[in-house]
Structures are given as C-alpha cells and as structure tokens.
Design a protein around this ligand. Structure first.
Ligand SMILES: [Fe+2]
Length: 69
C-alpha cells in the first residue's frame, strides 16, 4: 500500500506537470478531473495506512488539518 501511495502521488505530479503546459481549456478540464481522482486515491491509500499504522496516525494528527495561526 505504501508503493500504491507513492504511485498516486506520482500520478498527481504527472497531471500537475501536464496541466502547467496545457493550453486547451477542455483538455485542461479533463486532466483536472482526472487529477482530482488521483487525490482521492492518494487519500484512500493514506487513510488505510493510518488505520494500520498507529504510530503514523499519531504523528500526522499533530501535523495535518490543524488551524494555521
Ligand atoms: Fe490513481
């Protein structure tokens, strides 16, 4: 699952790179939609790992989704 998490991050980055150079609005919209699917996949993989790895969960709870001061 860790490798899957890495692959989802890579896919997100590939879309990020392609989006940065794409000029066609329709193509861009399609790729943005596809990239948002990769965000979901990344999130599902991470959630799975956090449920299986209490140490990871504890560390990330101190980092993610905190109010920025
Ligand atoms: Fe994916």
């Amino acid at each position: 699952m860790i490798v899957s998490l890495i692959e989802e991050a890579e896919a997100t980055n590939w879309y990020e790179q392609r989006l940065s150079v794409e000029k066609d609005k329709t193509a861009k919209a399609i790729m943005e939609n596809a990239q948002s699917e990769e965000f979901k996949h990344f999130g599902m993989d991470l959630e799975f790992l956090l449920r299986k790895k209490p140490k990871w969960k504890k560390v990330l709870q101190g980092i993610c989704f905190r109010k920025v001061i």
